[in-house]
Design a protein around this ligand. Sequence first.
Ligand SMILES: C[S@@+](CC[C@H](N)C(=O)[O-])C[C@H]1O[C@@H](n2cnc3c(N)ncnc32)[C@H](O)[C@@H]1O
Length: 387
Amino acid sequence: MRLDERSAHLAEAMAERGLWPERSPWIRRAVGALPRHRFAPDRLWSWDGSAGVYVPVDRAADPGRWAAEVYAGPDAPAVIQITGGRASSSLSCPAVVVDMLDSLLLEPGRRVLELGTGTGWNTALLAHRAGPDRVTSVEVDPQLAAAARERLAAAGTRVEVRVGDGTAGWPQGAPYDRVIATYAVEEVPWAWVEQTRPGGRIVTPWGRLGHVALTIAPDGRSASGWVQGLAQFMPARGTDPGAPFHHVRDRQPPDIEGPFPRALGPLTGPERGHLLFALRVLLPDIHVTAGAGQAGTVVWLHDGHTSWATLTPRTGTDAGPDADVVARQGGPRRLADEVLRAWTVWEERGAPVLYDFGLTRTPNEQWVWSGDPDGPRWQPMAPAAVR
Ligand SMILES: C[S@@+](CC[C@H](N)C(=O)[O-])C[C@H]1O[C@@H](n2cnc3c(N)ncnc32)[C@H](O)[C@@H]1O
């Protein structure tokens, strides 16, 4: 299949899943005019699950596989850079790019700051809507910035690509009407708020799960807004990713096993984003992932350093989402107990869904709320028991 055909095919697949936002018809037009393959570098990296490493996919050597990586589907990013064995830059997955652009409420003529240029694809889409000389994009990696600059020029796009740490924004171009980040932050940098005009909007992935859209208050002294959707982005460079689950487990034998008094459906089913988001807020350093194990779906918990737990359906029971669950825990923290306490808090507060949550940033503070900006604050919980 030709690249243009693959692009059209992907657009159709997105239409079938209702992924093109109705209120922003410009996004589909922009993606049609600036297809993602024009921004993909000649070398991509594909995850080889059996070897546990990324392997290169070169356009010249295997154009079909390269094209398949670029157009792997609405939810698939294409990794473009590996640093220390981990993905450090990617051509983001189409569904999330589209969703975040929709959240930005971008009109023609607006001045935009983007943090995390990567390939330049999202930069080009922003410029398609905002117009020439309206978009400044900041990338921390000079080589990626140079390559993006070339691709953006080849696509006829007039934007500024700067090299720098996006944490500082780009004050030389302030004030902006819109700020959009394509890497995940834990704390929204205050510089982004300062550099956005009152009434303007910041859209950024927050934590490991959701993206938020914040509106700047009339006095410019705070920014607040709702979670808009799921968005799994790589964290800002320099963030300690911690060790993977199996490394943590191999250091610590399991030393406690017992029943876990919840069925796993809310952590593993299609609606899992709601509880996972609450856990992310209440237990920011605990990684929660689910996958297939021998007895059904397994949930893995770890803190990247000392402690881990697994939640598995009890052998001999039906391994479906309502099966009885066993917790195995190792290390000084009791992660299954911590998750149970946070799960209970979420239930006691009415089991809010992802879209009930929001975030407020002031010069000295940031907090997550639910219901409305004056609603209950969701503070991280202290570890349940540290031995
Ligand atoms: C997911 S990728 C960008 C995807 C891009 N929108 C695209 O579709 O090609 C995230 C990018 O953010 C960059 N990045 C990470 N931390 C950064 C920081 N503190 N300042 C600027 N760029 C950063 C990474 O180098 C990477 O290129």
